[in-house]
Design a protein around this ligand. Structure first.
Ligand SMILES: Nc1nc2c(ncn2[C@@H]2O[C@H](COP(=O)(O)OP(=O)(O)OP(=O)(O)O)[C@@H](O)[C@H]2O)c(=O)[nH]1
Length: 223
């Protein structure tokens, strides 16, 4: 798929006959689920997306959960051949080698929906209901992100089209930037982590896997 070509129609699907998650599948049609798979997995020493996690691969598990929330899902990676087996659109970074912000930029450039829900491929316990909950807060904001004191969860967050220009302006400057670096330039809705206790175990939900030790620990939480 070429960049800027669009992924799916711009608005909600005209017929909402897809089984509901939390009763708002039509709303979910305004959001494209985006799984970032463009990292180097250097700390893991092997492509972490394709590592076995229980009975499935880590990536397959994350994709299945994002699909429960949003009807359209894409991957962002510079190695489409490794992920074609999923049958999902795989788009490439426009600014390769710049980290997750580059993946967010590529996704915002490619989709036609007003919002994207972005998740890292290394978060095996994400909760589709929580993803939808964040997405529902998006109207009127450019970013919806969970905050825990000074810590943010930018790789389980919602981004609107208004992010594209500020993100692009950072990437054009040529440095590898943190995802949160453009937040001062946009309207950010912070969701306090403490308010999420209605959802599954929040400690588990945001767990991510970087090293073989992280993998070992996460597998202990697998039910
Ligand atoms: N599209 C895209 N995704 C990226 C890029 N860098 C990291 N990611 C993704 O962002 C998420 C978090 O990545 P990290 O764990 O910080 O980085 P990583 O490169 O995968 O791992 P390390 O090499 O160990 O730092 C993962 O889903 C990565 O696949 C990138 O340059 N482009």
């Amino acid at each position: 798929m070429k960049h800027g070509e669009g992924v799916g129609p711009a608005g909600p699907p005209s017929e909402c006959n897809i089984p509901a998650v939390g009763g708002d599948r039509c709303f979910a049609g305004t959001v494209t689920g985006v799984v970032l798979v463009g990292g180097g997995s250097n700390r893991m020493g092997a492509n972490k997306a394709l590592l076995p996690f229980g009975r499935e691969r880590l990536l397959d598990r994350v994709v299945a959960r994002v699909r429960e929330a949003f009807p359209r899902v894409i991957l962002v990676s510079n190695d489409s051949a490794s992920y074609n087996y999923l049958g999902l659109p795989v788009i490439r970074d426009i600014y390769p080698g710049r980290g997750p912000l580059s993946g967010i930029h590529a996704a915002l450039s490619a989709v036609a929906t007003p919002y994207i829900f972005v998740v890292a491929c290394d978060m095996p316990f994400i909760d589709p209901k929580l993803a939808l909950y964040l997405a529902r807060q998006a109207p009127g904001y450019d970013v919806v992100v969970v905050r825990d004191g000074p810590y943010l969860e930018p790789l389980f967050a919602v981004y609107g089209r208004g992010c594209l220009e500020p993100v692009e302006s950072i990437l054009r400057r040529g440095l590898r930037a943190r995802v949160v670096d453009f937040f001062p330039a946009v309207r950010v809705k912070y969701i306090e982590r403490g308010e999420l206790s209605d959802f599954a175990d929040v400690d588990k939900v945001f767990m991510n896997i970087n090293t073989p030790r992280d993998l070992e620990r996460a597998l202990q939480f697998l039910e």
